[in-house]
Design a protein around this ligand. Structure first.
Ligand SMILES: [Zn+2]
Ligand SMILES: [Zn+2]
Length: 270
């Protein structure tokens, strides 16, 4: 299979299995390369829920995770890339960037999971009490943060673009200006957008980002890749066939892989 799976979590953060099981699953799925990207979040909020799902709030160190990954890679039957999924917060991104720059990483996925104290992807019950105006405001804040994440080029890959739609709460306001500004910033930063297939298994029943957004990504010549946001081996290549078909339909012919933060292009099979 001519694919990579780089957006993967293990028990170092909120994944369900250890690194060895994920690597074995990647080999069994016939992947070209496996990459681990456990959560690393420096939240400015003491009351955030990040201790449940992310290093270092869960008491684990990213350097220990990467050492474990390096050891597991020695006898691995496929190339193992070292990554991280890091959260953008306007208050902590400089500190985060310093930490990340000191590490020997193959790629960084930069994500927005929270707008201020509101965790956008934790539970539908967080969204249910909101008015439509509040939903609109959260989306506005989300796209503003994606724009800022790109302006400081926090990473190589933008994680699950349009994540707030996860539970099926959508904006009523026209946010096309905010979205265009975020995508322009991503293009200017030379960042890659992942087609994250996990959304197909969520209430929104659509990938992050969906076909409409992917067309806007394509218009700006922003490179793409396919990732599964796998939290267990069975999810490593979920919906990869339809993801490749969607990318081709939008007009993409190539997808990216990374080694020591340097991108290379792979043909999209099919
Ligand atoms: Zn994420
Ligand atoms: Zn993730």
């Amino acid at each position: 299979m001519s694919f990579v799976s780089y957006h993967c979590h293990s028990t170092w953060s909120d994944g369900r299995t250890g690194i060895a099981e994920m690597i074995a699953g990647a080999a069994a799925a016939g992947l070209l390369e496996f990459g681990l990207s456990d959560h690393f979040v420096l939240t400015p909020y003491d009351d955030s829920n990040a201790h449940e799902w992310s290093m270092p709030r869960n008491g684990r160190a990213l350097t220990d995770c990467l050492a474990d990954l390096r050891a597991a890679a020695v006898d691995a039957p496929l190339p193992v890339r070292r990554g991280v999924e890091a959260d953008y917060f306007p208050e902590t991104w400089r500190q985060l960037q310093t930490v990340l720059a000191s590490l020997d990483l193959d790629y960084i996925i930069a994500s927005v999971h929270a707008v201020e104290r509101f965790p956008v992807d934790t539970s539908a019950s967080d969204w249910q009490p909101l008015s439509q105006a509040e939903v609109d405001q959260l989306y506005r804040g989300y796209w503003q943060r994606v724009r800022e994440l790109a302006e400081c080029r926090l990473g190589d890959i933008v994680g699950h673009l349009d994540l707030p739609k996860k539970f099926g709460f959508y904006p009523a306001a026209d946010l096309s200006r905010e979205i265009a500004a975020a995508l322009d910033a991503i293009a200017a930063a030379g960042m890659t957008v992942e087609l994250n297939t996990a959304g197909w298994d969520k209430p929104c029943a659509a990938p992050y980002p969906d076909a409409d957004l992917l067309r806007q990504v394509h218009q700006r010549h922003i490179p793409v890749m396919i990732n599964a946001d796998a939290h267990r081996p069975a999810e490593l290549v979920r919906h990869y066939g339809r993801a490749a078909e969607l990318l081709r339909r939008v007009g993409f012919t190539e997808m990216r892989a990374f080694n020591k933060r340097q991108p290379r292009e792979l043909p999209i099979p099919g």
